[in-house]
Write a protein that binds this ligand. Structure first.
Ligand SMILES: Nc1ncnc2c1ncn2[C@@H]1O[C@H](COP(=O)(O)OP(=O)(O)OP(=O)(O)O)[C@@H](O)[C@H]1O
Ligand SMILES: [Mg+2]
Length: 292
């Protein structure tokens, strides 16, 4: 029998309200996503605390078949694409914990976005890049060097500080990208399919990175997409499944939406090693994706 860990909900951190996204395609409107965040199916990520655990950040997985709209949703959550209707809200300031309760519409740059392929072109040093990220993130000048030192230490890049990005290994480069995003966007970070194409050792490395992100600050929130449902169930404490809904006549509605949300915290699966119940959930999600 699995042991469910107690937790408290503190405040909403990311919330979508009636979000849809359409594009113009060959002169007609094409709905890519609809009804994200409704009364029936809220899209809500809460800051939570756990008794006797110092920092419990959030790890959220978004799954669903290819073309369902995961990347499109992420672009909106990162403020890179504006919803056609509705709003995506996040706290006004995540650095100032007193301001966490004031929710505002997400702006480009306030949520980090780590893509799979990091640009190799920049010749600047690791330290220089982190400095720029800290400037962009409004970290006061007198605090900047100290914050960067801590990051270099925490993420194991102290010895690489004067190297440029193309003198780093793939894993070091990924850590640098994460550090940059954490510095300039504070606490929310989106990974679009970060595990695809990684060898098993790098998968383990990235799992540790995820764990590190969500244990250094309780506001820290990871959203990631994956086609690997085992990883989704193993790592996430909340899972959104994107798919298509049918109308009363059984016809598919245009545009993807959240067809199911699993809160692994209430299910007692979060913060526990992968076991039989995780496997059952994985099979349930697999079936859901295949039949929608
Ligand atoms: N600018 C665009 N114009 C027209 N259609 C688009 C545009 N951008 C995305 N799409 C379509 O929107 C749908 C959702 O794409 P999206 O990239 O969000 O899917 P996804 O769930 O991330 O898929 P995958 O798992 O393959 O990464 C797809 O059918 C895609 O072809
Ligand atoms: Mg995608």
């Amino acid at each position: 029998m699995i042991h469910a860990h107690p937790y408290n909900i503190v405040r909403p951190l990311i919330q979508a309200n009636n979000v849809s996204f359409s594009v113009n395609s060959n002169g007609s409107k094409k709905i890519l996503l609809r009804d994200i965040g409704t009364e029936k199916m809220p899209f809500l990520i809460n800051d939570i605390t756990r008794p006797d655990v110092t920092n419990t950040g959030q790890t959220i997985a978004v799954v669903g078949r290819s073309g369902g709209g995961k990347s499109t949703l992420f672009r909106m959550l990162a403020g890179l694409a504006k919803p056609t209707t509705g709003q995506i809200l996040i706290p006004k300031h995540t650095r100032d914990h007193d301001e966490l309760d004031k929710l505002v519409e997400v702006q480009e740059g306030s949520v980090g976005f780590v893509q799979q392929n990091y640009p190799l072109s920049r010749n600047q040093s690791v330290q220089g890049m982190l400095w720029d990220a800290a400037v962009q993130g409004n970290i006061p000048r007198h605090e900047r060097m100290g914050v960067i030192e801590n990051y270099l230490e925490e993420w194991g890049l102290k010895d690489q500080r004067t190297q440029s990005r193309n003198q780093l290994s793939g894993g070091q480069r990924q850590r640098l990208a994460i550090m940059e995003q954490l510095l300039c966007s504070h606490h929310f970070i989106i990974f679009d399919e970060p595990f695809s194409g990684l060898d098993p050792k790098n998968v383990d490395g990235l799992k540790k990175v995820f764990n590190q992100i969500v244990t250094v600050d309780e506001i820290n929130t990871i959203l990631f997409s994956t086609h690997d449902l085992h990883l989704a169930v193993e790592l996430a404490d909340q899972i959104f499944v994107i798919g298509y809904e049918k109308d009363d006549q059984g016809n598919y509605l245009a545009g993807g939406t959240v067809i199911k949300e699993y809160d692994l915290k209430t299910m007692g699966l979060a913060w526990n090693p992968y076991g039989d119940q995780h496997q059952e959930l994985k099979e349930e999600i697999k079936l859901l994706i295949e039949t929608n």
